[in-house]
Design a protein around this ligand. Structure first.
Ligand code: SF4
Ligand code: SF4
Length: 489
């Protein structure tokens, strides 16, 4: 009888998992010899599969796309104003950031971010305790979604964010050879799937890797399986989530690539906010420490590749008020929890052999999208922030005077309703239109005057990362105006 490990070796080598901690390496090797993986490994031709892997396309420059477009289209007009003697900086910045004038020439507008909520159904029933996704019927089929992608991808392919509900319940329509992800990748789009990971079988993990999926955002809120099961409202669910993550790690190893990279979405509630250091320690124990194929001394840059970067998402929705962290918990989070997590991260880098002067802070690496207060400039001190956060207002002090990014992104719900962004897709003010009746860019153009009114009350749930991009666009516009004003002196 051939030993299972030996059979894997015959098929192209026992996965070595060289960049994992020993305990997790052994766990992954044991899983790859299990009844779930072994028949699949026996069945597929790994060499053929490796040759068929599509590399994920590069992500567009979301950070600078809006300001670049606005400066290109409004710049000549603003410089003329300066030549005519206008020196009011705020007036000039407002003119430079005016989407209405920028799109008036009818030229192609870039869409750099396209969110697709492909279903509001979910495989988790009962739902997670904090789930605040209002249900909607699915009215778009695969052909409709593909048509949207085709429209969005010209002239430049956007970053495509597939979410739900749980997108993977749509099966091959999402991950098949003729599904949404493969189609978007062929158009040149970097694609991310937001998932609870529980449906990621070995076969699906291999398939998603083969078709060039760039990233998975997996929901994981804490390291304690008992508490996590409580948050997911079902005993044993945490194990299913972790099994999905491990299947992805095995698939990547078998195919010798680093995609899809895994990020963690952690919803911050009163029950897990102070548990972050334990979650980070757990993630560091199971993460691939550096990219496949990297050898020699570990550098800070290698170690901080994005694997298991984590996104802290303060619990949203009025119905979840009971789950919000208190003022005291928020204060404790910033005074003790975050520094404790930082210490764990520094120790991890030291233990990996990264030189002291090459070690990076958590806020600039795995935690870059994590700390709601530290990641964005707020027009308030920490005490005031904690008071507002306890009331469910996380971003009020971080919103820019005007939204610059919404003009070059779109978020589509399963019934075809188009919103400016993910924040609006949850609270659902009047949509821009419906993609079953008009094109993506037509809907944006038809509503472009409304951008001058943003931020509105519906912007209270703006994603933190969007606040960062908006702030960066605002400063790029101001910098440009200052440069031109300086040149005019
Ligand atoms: S996995 Fe997502 S969509 Fe499903 S119940 Fe949980 S939060 Fe809601
Ligand atoms: S929530 Fe408001 S400010 Fe944020 S991206 Fe959407 S429209 Fe812009």
């Amino acid at each position: 009888m051939v030993e299972r490990g030996a059979r894997v070796a015959e098929k192209g080598g026992m996965p070595a998992f060289p960049h994992y901690q020993p305990a997790h390496r052994q766990r992954l090797q044991a899983i790859s010899r299990s009844d779930e993986w072994q028949p699949l490994i026996d069945q597929v031709d790994l060499a053929e599969l490796r040759a068929a892997v599509a590399p994920p396309p590069a992500q567009p420059a979301q950070q600078s796309a809006a300001s670049t477009f606005l400066i290109r289209h409004n710049g000549p007009r603003v410089r003329k104003l300066i030549d005519e003697g206008v020196t009011d900086e705020d007036q000039l910045v407002a003119a430079l950031g005016d989407w209405q004038t920028a799109v008036a020439d009818g030229g192609p507008m870039p869409i750099v971010f396209l969110g697709l909520a492909v279903t509001m159904d979910c495989s988790f029933e009962p739902r997670c305790v904090y789930c605040n996704q209002p249900w909607l019927p699915g009215r778009l089929d695969l052909a409709d979604w593909k048509a949207l992608l085709t429209e969005a991808a010209a002239p430049t392919p956007p970053y495509v964010y597939i979410t739900g509900g749980e997108p993977l319940i749509l099966g091959p329509d999402v991950w098949g050879d003729d599904g949404l992800v493969a189609f978007a990748v062929k158009l040149g789009c970097a694609v991310n799937i937001n998932t609870n990971a529980a449906l990621i079988t070995p076969q699906i993990a291999l398939q998603m890797t083969k078709i060039g999926l760039a990233r998975l955002h997996v929901s994981l809120d804490c390291a304690d399986p008992r508490l996590q099961d409580e948050l997911l409202q079902s005993p044993g669910r945490t194990e299913e989530v972790l099994a999905g993550i491990y299947n992805v790690q095995i698939a990547r190893e078998l195919l010798g690539v680093d995609h899809p990279q895994i990020h963690v979405n952690c919803v911050l509630t009163s029950r897990n906010i102070l548990e972050l250091p334990k979650l980070l320690r757990f993630l560091l124990d199971i993460r691939q420490s550096r990219p496949t194929g990297s050898t020699g001394e570990v550098t800070g840059e290698q170690l901080t590749w994005g694997e298991f970067a984590f996104h802290l998402i303060p619990v949203g929705g009025e119905g979840n008020a009971r789950l919000r962290p208190s003022v005291e918990q928020w204060k404790r989070f910033y005074a003790r929890t975050w520094p404790a997590a930082e210490e764990i991260w520094q120790d991890y880098q030291a233990a990996a052999g990264v030189a002291a002067d090459d070690r990076k802070p958590l806020t600039r690496t795995l935690g870059v999208a994590a700390s709601p207060f530290l990641r964005v400039d707020h027009r308030m001190d920490l005490d005031e922030y904690c008071r507002l956060a306890a009331g469910g207002e996380y971003w009020r002090g971080a919103l820019s005077e005007r939204c610059y990014v919404a003009g070059c992104q779109a978020f589509i719900l399963p019934d075809g309703a188009q919103h400016w962004c993910g924040g609006h897709a949850v609270c659902r003010p009047t949509p821009l239109g419906n993609v079953r009746e008009a094109g993506l860019r037509d809907n944006i153009r038809a509503n472009i005057t409304r951008l001058g009114e943003t931020p509105t009350d519906a912007c209270a749930g703006c994603a933190g990362v969007t606040c960062v991009i908006n702030q960066s666009a605002a400063s790029a516009l101001r910098e440009e105006v200052r440069k031109w004003l300086g040149q005019g002196k």
